[in-house]
Design a protein around this ligand. Structure first.
Ligand code: MSP
Length: 512
């Protein structure tokens, strides 16, 4: 089975911050989870490099647009490497392969009479790269996202007949049994899209005459393709459209387009209409998560309050940064974050709960058994309880992109083992019954191994490290793939009697 997941391609006028990281880490966690579940995954991210916004940013810096794009695109790539993002490709809209795809699609739509020339006058927000109707502006006639006044623009452009897709889109969004059903999530935002669609659709401008920094229309080189059309097409370019049919057929349609709510309309209405115009199947799920603010303020470069991926990694380390970024607020609604909140969650979930489980188990094994797993009769009861909880609760949560819930289930499983340790009072057993103590430690290790396989998509490096610390056998990725396929815990467990454990180290030092 294949699984194709995408993030938005990010504008290169801004540096990567925790907002972009949020979406990318979330997509990475899902991609890693699917790989562990034996899917043939294609995970795409990249940068959106054309349009007025980029041209203006380059001009302000006294740079050629392409130079700015190269520089900034490399920053996004670097940030994703730092965060251990496992994307299979990184698309840039200034790449030749993308020009080919955009020209092909725009020409086909034109040949099908779905693109027509019209005069248009409207209020344009460069920040959003879109025209606004007066009713969609705020009380000061400003863009609701950028709080700036859109500029009146009058041009003769090519328009896409979006209005003719209203009925077909509504059917595909509302009818879950439709063979081309698009599942828009979460529910409230799906309802907003349906409400807006019902009010009717206007044709949308697909080209710009005054913006040079873009892909020229193949049938009228005096105009460039509207940056949003250019950008959306990246999702098919990267998997080989139009020249590599085998690859394209293998991965399309996308299983999940992931993004925040700000760009849901483009992904759930305009993109599907383009695809319908091309007779290309529609994406299966379009999932929009919330926006987060920092200490109650919108994060922005001008306010100087952005958190960068580097800062997060410097403070917490890569794996903890990944975990914290996606679990601090529920995945879906808006939420507020702060350094205090991040540190509190780090201490609670990682230093106190997970870190404590590993360190006290290992310390007991070091003190009493010289870091060896003794030849005890395997006791897998605790591991089986943990396995049951994770299978029943973690799996549906992560498959439904409820990442904060999946993490909560993991924490509950860790707490269960920590409680068992307290109930067993092993420090007393050390004085009275060493055989029982050895069996207890063995059972904590087995439960930990199961937890770690589920933790792996969130924390790929630390997960592997813990796997070695607990003396578990084999490559964790391979073992987890097998375990997720057959659900079988080996008779002797994963950390087998006789195996060596590693000297306890503090994985998550407490922070203030
Ligand atoms: N270039 C377009 C997307 C084209 S996709 C075909 C664009 N780029 S963007 O750089 O502005 O990125 C927007 C996306 O970044 C959001 O949809 C979201 O995924 C992520 N986020 C940016 N800031 C964010 C927050 N403060 N909170 C959550 N997500 C944020 O739009």
């Amino acid at each position: 089975m294949k699984f194709y997941i995408t993030t938005p391609i990010y504008y290169v006028n801004d540096i990567p911050h925790i907002g972009h990281s949020y979406t990318t880490i979330a997509a990475d966690i899902v991609a890693r989870w699917k790989r562990l579940n034996n899917f043939d995954v294609f995970f795409l991210t990249g940068t959106d490099e054309h349009g007025a916004k980029i041209a203006e940013a380059a001009k302000a810096k006294g740079k050629e647009p392409q130079d700015l794009c190269d520089e900034m695109s490399a920053k996004f790539k670097g940030a994703w490497e730092l965060l251990n993002i496992s994307n299979d490709d990184f698309i840039r809209t200034t790449q030749q392969r993308h020009f080919v795809a955009v020209e092909n699609i725009v020409q086909i739509l034109f040949d099908k009479d779905l693109i027509l020339k019209k005069k248009y006058e409207g209020m344009y927000c460069v920040g959003c790269e879109k025209f606004y109707a007066k009713k969609d502006l705020d009380e000061n006639d400003c863009c609701p996202f950028h709080k700036t006044k859109p500029v009146l623009q009058s041009e003769e452009n090519y328009f896409f007949k979006l209005s003719s897709f209203q009925g077909a889109l509504l059917e595909r969004i509302t009818d879950v049994n439709h063979k081309e059903h698009i599942n828009i999530q979460p529910e409230e935002r799906r309802n907003e899209i349906i409400g807006k669609l019902k009010l009717g659709l206007e044709d949308v401008s697909f080209s710009r005459s005054a913006i040079e920094w873009g892909i020229p229309l193949p049938f009228d080189k005096s105009q460039t393709v509207y940056v949003w059309v250019d950008a959306l097409i990246n999702y098919v370019t990267a998997i080989g459209y139009p020249n590599d049919e085998t690859k394209f057929k293998k991965y399309w349609p996308a299983d999940v387009h992931l993004m925040a709510k700000d760009i849901l309309w483009f992904h759930s209405v305009i993109w599907p209409a383009i695809l319908m115009g091309m007779d290309i199947p529609l994406p299966k799920t379009v999932y929009s998560h919330g926006f987060f603010t920092l200490n109650g303020d919108k994060m922005s470069k001008s306010l100087g309050n952005v958190i960068s991926p580097e800062e997060l990694v410097d403070k917490y380390g890569v794996d903890a940064a990944r975990y914290l970024a996606v679990t601090l607020i529920p995945f879906g609604p808006d939420g507020d974050i702060s350094w205090e909140g991040l540190t509190l969650k780090y201490n609670t979930d990682l230093a106190n709960n997970l870190g404590n489980l590993i360190s006290r188990t290992l310390k007991m094994a070091e003190k009493n058994f010289d870091l060896k797993i003794l030849q005890v009769t395997p006791d897998l009861e605790l591991a089986k309880n943990v396995a049951k909880i994770l299978k029943e609760e973690f799996t549906p949560s992560i498959n439904g992109l409820q990442l904060h819930k999946a993490a909560e289930v993991l924490q509950n499983a860790i707490t269960l083992v920590n409680r068992q340790i307290e109930a067993d009072v092993p420090w007393k057993l050390a004085k009275t019954d060493l055989d029982k103590l050895a069996t207890c430690i063995y059972s904590y290790l087995q439960a930990t191994d199961i937890i770690v396989m589920y933790l792996l998509p969130f924390m790929p490096t630390i997960g592997e490290k813990i796997w070695h610390i607990t003396g578990a056998t084999g490559n964790i990725n391979e073992v987890a793939k097998k375990y997720f396929a057959d659900g079988i815990i080996p008779e002797e467990g994963f950390s087998v009697p006789g195996a060596d454990l590693q000297v306890p180290v503090i994985l998550f030092p407490r922070m203030s």
